[in-house]
Design a binder for this molecule. Structure first.
Ligand code: C2E
Ligand code: MG
Ligand code: MG
Length: 614
């Protein structure tokens, strides 16, 4: 088999030529430079050598010179295969040095093989291959040789410099892209502050450094007061402007090295690292910085050329070491922030463990409530409502939770949480549907057909978008007489968005549903709104009823409410009637309906039905 030695410093060239030659029946040896080629050729002389020119350690020209003076190698055909060919001089030099042929990279595979075969044949036949006139004289040859090498090296240097410049540019571009990605991933685009992700990283970092120094740090959770109102009334652009200004003010209120981050919306977080080894001192320092922030945020803002006064509520939680997870720390500061909101806003509160305990209890309760709702643990109790003659005209339905663990739970223990978590919506839906089912069931019996039911409605139910649709849908689905259904609202929930509420009430009133104003007298009673609402009943709050005969002023209030209801053409019902004295006083003053323990406590349906038939 014909053997070939291929010399090239580039791996890919070697690979390509080796494949090509082997594919054409050659047995191939390879070398990375002239020196290696010489060693290999002397050990086992090939039938042909194909060599590159520019190579490290020993270039192709030098290899050729050695080749042609070696008695064992000089007859073996030497082919130069190179891309560095730029001038006729190169070829002349190579041929002068004794190369048998010169092939330019890249050559088509067929041309390449054809040329190799041609060289092999001609050399075997003793035919001279050189067409170019060789350079005369050793001295001239050497001169040409060194000039060529220098020129080639210069060319290579220029190429390398260019490649290097490209590379530098590429690195700069890549760095720019990386910076941009980092900016997007870790910073809030609006304010330029670190985002939640970076804040978490920083927290982890200061947990680690704090544990070395044993110092307390603090996390401040900042929530702007009434931001939503500004956003809703002035638009998001204005809201954004405010957030940018707030970010600047917060940044200016802390030390260099402290982190100010934006969690999203109007929530910001400040991480104060390494405050003090004593918790009290650390707390004092955190409080001072928090107060500074509050003050900064209290300065007027210029929005749409108008002055805007803003404020914030801040919750603070201290931390040391990795006692707490980042989430837990945030949760605590968040809980403290809510405490600050509840104490009137524009203030700062520290997290305390008692607060945490109640928070956890609340979370448990919420889970239990969800579970209870899914597992039908709620019941409706019925409390009779009677007229002046003592006849039951209907009842108020009051929800109870029959919890397997806690027993019968009164609504005051779970309604507020259900309202806070939105669970009141499915719960309220169930109450309304159950009450309507009951009205339907009573419809069949003349004794019960006229009974009315009063259903309590929570603020979030009333304010929910689909409230009217939902009530109307229930009325239609259950096919009941809407006049028998009374919805109990309270003053505060009506006043929250009075225009919208009036529209909703009218829509339901037109469908025949009636409304009662529950706990009347305890709210911001105002005659002007009373006349606007399509109410059919006022329900005197039990606190006034309780004081009948005890506190003269309350007796007068009761009389006034009854008089007012009459003048407005409304029914009036007294709730919490426990004694004959109260009952008589109310009757004497013209109250038409009554509800209270005197007539019956809230009771399960079967008991109510029994008492009603008596
Ligand atoms: P409310 O609507 O003002 O209901 C009257 C409350 O007074 C009931 O408490 C009732 O048991 C109690 N009560 C009635 N008569 C007397 C009396 O003579 N003396 C005394 N001391 N109390 C009397 P309850 O059932 O614990 O309900 C408390 C509140 O929970 C209700 O006040 C209502 O606001 C809310 N609630 C009850 N059921 C529901 C419901 O299904 N949905 C909604 N959203 N709220 C409900
Ligand atoms: Mg009520
Ligand atoms: Mg009430």
């Amino acid at each position: 088999m014909t053997t070939a030695l291929i010399v090239d410093d580039k791996e890919e060239n070697l690979y390509y030529l080796q494949a090509l030659m082997s594919g054409n029946g050659y047995q191939v040896q390879t070398a990375k430079h002239g020196a290696e080629a010489l060693v290999k050729a002397r050990q086992s002389p090939p039938d042909i050598v194909i060599s590159d020119l520019l190579m490290p350690v020993m270039d192709g020209y030098t290899l050729l010179r050695h080749w042609k003076v070696d008695p064992n190698l000089r007859k073996i055909p030497f082919l130069v295969y190179t891309a560095t060919y730029t001038e006729a001089e190169d070829e002349r030099l190579a041929l002068s040095l004794g190369a048998d042929a010169f092939i330019l990279k890249p050559a088509e595979p067929e041309d390449f093989i054809a040329r190799v075969t041609e060289v092999m044949t001609k050399v075997a036949a003793g035919t001279p291959l050189q067409e170019t006139s060789p350079v005369a004289g050793e001295k001239q040859l050497l001169k040409l040789y060194s000039e060529t090498l220098i020129r080639k090296l210069e060319e290579k240097t220029i190429q390398l410099e260019e490649a290097n410049r490209e590379l530098q540019l590429d690195i700069a571009r890549r760095k720019e892209a990386e910076d941009k990605i980092e900016q997007l991933a870790f910073y809030d685009p609006l304010t330029g502050l670190p985002n939640r992700r970076l804040m978490n990283d920083r927290l982890k970092h200061c947990f680690a450094s704090g544990s070395r120094e044993q110092k307390y740090g603090a996390l401040l959770f900042i929530d702007l007061d009434n931001f939503k109102i500004l956003n809703d009334t002035k638009g998001h652009n204005v809201g954004d402007q405010l957030l940018i200004m707030v970010a600047d003010r917060l940044r200016c209120s802390v030390r260099e090295g402290d982190t100010v981050a934006r969690l999203g919306g109007d929530e910001f977080v400040i991480i104060l690292e390494n405050l003090n080894t004593h918790a009290e001192h650390a707390a004092t320092m955190a409080e001072a910085i928090g107060e500074k922030c509050l003050l900064a945020l209290n300065q007027p803002y210029l929005l749409l050329k108008q002055e805007y006064i803003g404020s914030a509520s801040i919750g603070v939680s201290l931390f040391k070491n990795q006692e707490l997870s980042a989430e837990e720390l945030l949760r605590r500061a968040d809980a403290a922030m809510y405490q600050a909101k509840n104490t009137g806003r524009n203030t700062l509160r520290f997290y305390d463990p008692a607060m945490q305990a109640s928070l956890e209890a609340k979370m448990d309760l919420e889970n239990d409530l969800r579970h209870g709702l899914a597992n039908h643990q709620f019941r409706l109790y019925y409390q009779p409502q009677v007229n002046q003659a003592g006849e039951i005209i209907g009842s108020e339905v009051l929800i109870r939770w029959l919890s397997p663990e806690k027993g019968l739970v009164a609504p005051l223990h779970f309604i507020p949480l259900a309202e806070e978590t939105g669970l009141i919506l499915p719960m309220g839906k169930w109450v309304l549907e159950t009450a309507c089912d009951q009205l339907k069931a009573w419809e069949q019996d003349p004794v019960t057909a006229k009974l009315q039911l009063a259903v309590n409605v929570s603020a979030c139910q009333l304010h929910q978008d689909k409230f009217i649709e939902h009530v109307l849908e229930t009325l239609i689905n259950k096919n009941i007489n809407p006049n028998l259904l009374k919805l109990e609202l309270t003053e505060s929930m009506v006043l929250e968005d009075i225009e919208a509420v009036i529209t909703k009430m009218h829509a339901l009133r037109d469908a025949g549903v009636r409304f009662s104003m529950d706990d009347f007298g305890t709210g911001y009673s105002s005659l002007s709104y009373l006349t606007q609402l399509p109410l059919s009943q006022l329900k005197i709050d039990q606190s006034f009823v309780r004081n009948i005969g005890v506190k003269h002023g309350d007796g007068v209030i009761v009389q006034t409410i009854i008089g007012m209801a009459r003048n407005l053409g409304m029914e009036v019902i007294a709730e919490g009637v426990e004694t004959e004295e109260q009952y008589n006083f109310l009757k004497a003053n013209g109250c038409s309906l009554f509800q209270g323990y005197l007539f019956g406590k809230p009771m399960p349906l079967d008991e109510f039905e029994v008492s009603q038939k008596k």
